[in-house]
Design a protein around this ligand. Structure first.
Ligand SMILES: [Zn+2]
Length: 147
């Protein structure tokens, strides 16, 4: 794809996203539900982390368990496949458990109930605030970043 075509597609996608967001804002204009304050999101995540951190510790400990249990053998090339396979599958399980815990602690979109994983990044990796305050599932402004 040529440069000007790529820019055209980018501009088109940006316009469509802006339209979708404006439509969602109009839809929720009459809503009684208010976005969560950022401080509240952080407080709930901090509370949830009391449960998430022990699970994280267990997950990490389980790597060593698997490494200790699965012995490499000269006749089989499956050793690394097993270790990496375990890592990938257990990571998916850990993330699912983490999101379940977040959901239990109320870290979810007040409009559609999708679980929020708010990550604060700065500098070069700082995301667009518009992306951060909106729900990825329903497009509503779910976090009031100013409070
Ligand atoms: Zn939502």
């Amino acid at each position: 794809m040529k440069d000007h075509e790529r820019n055209l597609v980018k501009a088109l996608v940006a316009t469509m996203r802006a339209e979708a967001r404006a439509a969602r804002d109009a839809e929720l204009a009459e809503s009684e539900v208010r976005p969560l304050a950022l401080s509240e999101v952080k407080r709930r995540q901090k509370r949830a982390s009391l449960v998430v951190l022990p699970v994280l510790a267990l997950w990490i400990a389980s790597w060593f368990g698997v490494i200790a249990l699965v012995r490499p053998s000269e006749r089989s090339g499956w050793y690394m496949v097993l270790i990496f396979g375990y890592f990938i599958v257990s990571m998916a399980v850990f993330l699912a458990i983490k999101m379940f815990i977040y959901d239990r602690f109320g870290v979810r979109c007040p409009y559609c109930g999708a679980t929020i994983d708010y990550v604060e990044l700065t500098g070069k990796y700082k995301p667009d605030p518009e992306d951060q305050r909106r729900c990825a599932t329903c497009n509503a402004v779910m976090i009031d970043l100013a409070s």
